[in-house]
Design a protein around this ligand. Structure first.
Ligand code: AMP
Ligand code: ZN
Length: 113
């Protein structure tokens, strides 16, 4: 996707602070962190959001869950962490490439912030 900022990160056209990479998934630091740890975990394949997940492409979401669990272990997030995927405009999705925010290192409130 030509105008997708996360596809550009996957392709190396714009830089990112990568913390994990394999054949299908990339994790990098959010530019505007909302917590001491704030990573974005994305499929390398362009998928707009969770609303486009079906049986043909859901395997990467399962794999992302495994990557998040590994990152939580490797980064020693034993006090807890939050995973968020904003889906669509009213949820505040600003980048239309599926991504999971992995946030940790502070207390979180629910349902906001
Ligand atoms: P969302 O608002 O849920 O779509 O999240 C998009 C996230 O991407 C925001 O938290 C932004 O700070 C982050 N972001 C946008 N561009 C970049 C970039 N080039 N590198 C890292 N994070 C980015
Ligand atoms: Zn993309």
């Amino acid at each position: 996707m030509e105008d997708c900022v996360f596809c550009k990160i996957v392709n190396g056209d714009i830089p990112s602070a990568k913390v994990y990479e394999d054949d299908t998934v990339l994790a990098f630091k959010d530019l505007d962190p909302q917590a001491p740890t704030h990573l974005l975990v994305i499929p390398k394949q362009h998928v707009r959001s969770l609303a486009e997940i079906d049986a043909s492409n859901s395997a990467v979401v399962a794999h992302i869950a495994e990557v998040i669990a590994k990152l939580a272990k490797d980064l020693d997030l034993k006090d807890g962490f939050r995973v968020v995927s904003n889906c669509g405009d009213s949820a505040g999705q600003s980048v239309k490439h599926l991504h999971f925010h992995l946030l940790a290192g502070r207390e979180f409130t629910w349902p906001a912030g």
